[in-house]
Design a protein around this ligand. Structure first.
Ligand code: KG4
Ligand code: ZN
Length: 341
């Protein structure tokens, strides 16, 4: 079975061709074009510009993905597309192309939840067996979830305000780093002293592994405002902030392990923030102490990409899930826990 997958929910236009085969032959092609240059001057993603960029990029990217996979549209057995949650203009571009392919090729359409894509990425990249504990942390989400099986997701805790990636991006902006700020902040943090500034760890006395990053963000903002921002101070603020996020992640992981219904043997970290090597290492320490295997998908599958969407399509078909209706409406919000077999 060959599946064409489309992802346009934020600022990455991505198309992938996958087949349901052994791990090393699954991704026939994956073409992802970032819109960094489009949004750079604004210091954040501008939804209207994102939608327009998706519209102009999507067809050439599809041609490229087909050429790399050495297949033609007629060889495709199904179409998978991000149906939400995300920036609605962008989701609409992907869903419209997917519906056009569905009608013209007469092949089934699977509208996929973007978060489910992140949640199952490690099964695509590492064949990770169910069940596992998932820390999904991106620009829009931060949550601990038990992935007990396909479409058997139990939410253990989530952010009550900002997502961790959003917090990285906002602090990076205050420190005048280029957009997107997360990766730059990580680089600067390497050169800084993580003990110079003490920042709060909101919700640390709660038993539930929820997150709250707005108080941390405000504390860092206040420090930035009252400091003389020489190069060393900038690096020290970045290091102290990243250290605090690492401590929060470790402490919430310990709580998530206590709250889980199943005996956790594997932790998967997914989403764009999982690209951060320091945070990966911190979680790895906790896992090692508990005898738990820590799994991190490769960087190109951690950030937004169509291969993870195609993989969910493949699992859906394998589980006998019926295709989406042709009049599926893109969803700006779509909680993962709403999905059931
Ligand atoms: O999953 P993703 O590509 O898009 C969303 O669905 O949000 O995640 C993007 C987020 C951004 O907030 C970005 O700053 C963050 O992931 N990110 C990082 C790093 N690389 C990307 N955050 C911290 N350290 C990084 N190295
Ligand atoms: Zn994402």
């Amino acid at each position: 079975m060959i599946i064409l997958a489309i992802e346009t929910s934020c600022d990455e236009t991505s198309i992938s061709i996958l087949q349901d085969s052994d791990i090393d032959k699954r991704i026939l092609s994956l073409v992802t074009r970032s819109q960094v240059s489009v949004h750079q001057d604004y210091g954040g993603v501008v939804p209207e510009l994102a939608a327009r960029a998706h519209l102009s990029n999507i067809e050439p990217i599809m041609e490229q993905a087909l050429a790399q996979a050495k297949i033609e549209l007629k060889d495709i057995d199904a179409i998978a597309v991000t149906g939400g949650p995300g920036l609605i203009g962008g989701v609409l571009v992907g869903v419209t192309l997917a519906k056009a392919l569905h009608v013209s090729l007469n092949k089934p359409l699977y509208c996929i939840n973007h978060l489910e894509g992140h949640a199952l990425t490690a099964r695509l990249s590492h064949d990770v067996a169910y069940p596992y504990l998932l820390l999904l942390t991106s620009g829009g989400h931060c949550m601990f979830m038990e992935v007990l099986g396909f479409r058997q997701y139990v939410l253990l805790g989530q952010t009550l305000d900002d997502a961790a990636g959003e917090c990285f991006d906002k602090i990076a902006k205050l420190l005048d780093f280029d957009f997107p700020g997360g990766p730059t902040l990580e680089k600067k943090a390497k050169l800084g002293d993580p003990t110079r500034f003490i920042f709060p760890k909101p919700l640390q006395h709660e038993p539930v592994p929820n997150f709250s990053f707005s108080g941390l963000k405000t504390a860092v903002k206040q420090t930035i405002e009252k400091s003389t921002l020489d190069e060393q101070t900038v690096c020290d603020i970045a290091a102290s902030f990243q250290y605090t996020v690492g401590e929060i992640f470790k402490e919430r992981l310990s709580k998530a392990l206590k709250c889980s219904q199943h005996k956790v043997e594997r932790l998967v970290m997914a989403g764009g923030v999982a690209a951060n090597r320091y945070l990966r290492e911190q979680l790895q320490h906790v896992c090692a102490n508990h005898g738990i295997e820590a799994i991190f998908p490769p960087m190109n599958l951690c950030v937004d990409n169509a291969a993870m969407i195609g993989w969910v399509g493949i699992e859906a078909i394998q589980h006998g899930v019926l295709p989406s209706e042709s009049d599926f409406q893109p969803r700006p919000r779509w909680p993962l826990e709403q999905l059931h077999l």
